[in-house]
Design a protein around this ligand. Sequence first.
Ligand code: UTP
Length: 273
Amino acid sequence: MVETCLFPAAGYGTRFLPATKAMPKEMLPILTKPLIQYGVEEALNAGCRTMAIVTGRGKRSIEDHFDISYELEHQIKDTSKEKFLTEIRNIMETATFSYTRQKEMRGLGHAILTGETLVGRNPFAVILADDLCFSEGEGVLTQMMRIYEKYRCCVVAIEEVDSHEAHKYGIIAADVIEEKIFRVKDMIEKPQKEKAPSNLAIIGRYILTPDIFNILRTTKPGINGELQITDALLELAKLGRVIGYKFEGIRYDCGSIDGFVRATNDFYQRMQK
Ligand code: UTP
């Protein structure tokens, strides 16, 4: 059982400036819910009960969001507006939240390493809240849990991308082992189009085994001078211990304006149905 889900949420979100100057990117809403709440709901549905959030300066509102607001509770108690808090109250009752701060934003790998103190020596899930996943059936992380149960090694969610988009992702080279399931042989972070080993990109969902922390400790900074989780995972991939899973569902890159607008439109359309 994977008990903890880690949310690296310390990035600057520069693509959303000035909105993200004083507000975390993870708190941007799709309709009425902040991105990170969608992520927490997906983790809860997948059986995780501990939400471990790596924050940074200016991210206090994430902690406040998952805490009681006495004044607000008092104001709307027994009014018709109380129903708007039902979902978030349920989350707060079911999940435990813990936080640590990444002091310097040295990349996703470094954010995950910063989360070690919250995760301990157990396998854990990782959700990047700005990758918002929607599926008609089981959530993406729930699907991945099943793969983890079977293979007992790291699992990364993958999707096909156009070759001109490869430079935005970690791209894998892999052998098919079952329908939608791949054994990763190689991976490269943000390759140029010509250097991409395939069109299979890693998106913001991972299940990681705790040996990743020791590897991260010795991984050198990679592209953009950042500590890349892809570079660390490559060590485990070489041992055959990384599975790529082509998930069922839609991923919206809500860290980009296009993806954010698309998610907003699609969620609005679904709400109207
Ligand atoms: P991104 O590169 O998408 O986020 O990192 P960013 O840096 O905040 O966005 P831009 O490019 O400036 O607009 C992917 C995820 O990793 C987290 C981010 O918060 C995001 O969820 N992250 C990234 C950290 O927590 N720490 C880091 O040092 C870097």
